[in-house]
Design a protein around this ligand. Sequence first.
Ligand SMILES: [Zn+2]
Length: 81
Amino acid sequence: MDVSCVFCGGKGCRRCKGTGWMEIGGCGSVDPNVFKNCGIDSEKYTGFAFGFGLDRIAMLRHAIPEIGLLTSNDQRFLSQF
Ligand SMILES: [Zn+2]
């Protein structure tokens, strides 16, 4: 799930990699096999899932360029907080 870049208003900047959009959460349709594994008729039901991660919000708040930095355990990166 993307939102208009909060830093440039959608014009494109370094933080949104020039796209004007920033990803704040994952989303997508539910695979029919998930329904089948739960005993639900996938021909009758479909689904859509999404989620907001605190990591994405922290990235926007602190202008963190790569999500991997949050889990790298690099003390040089973490010490700035
Ligand atoms: Zn931007």
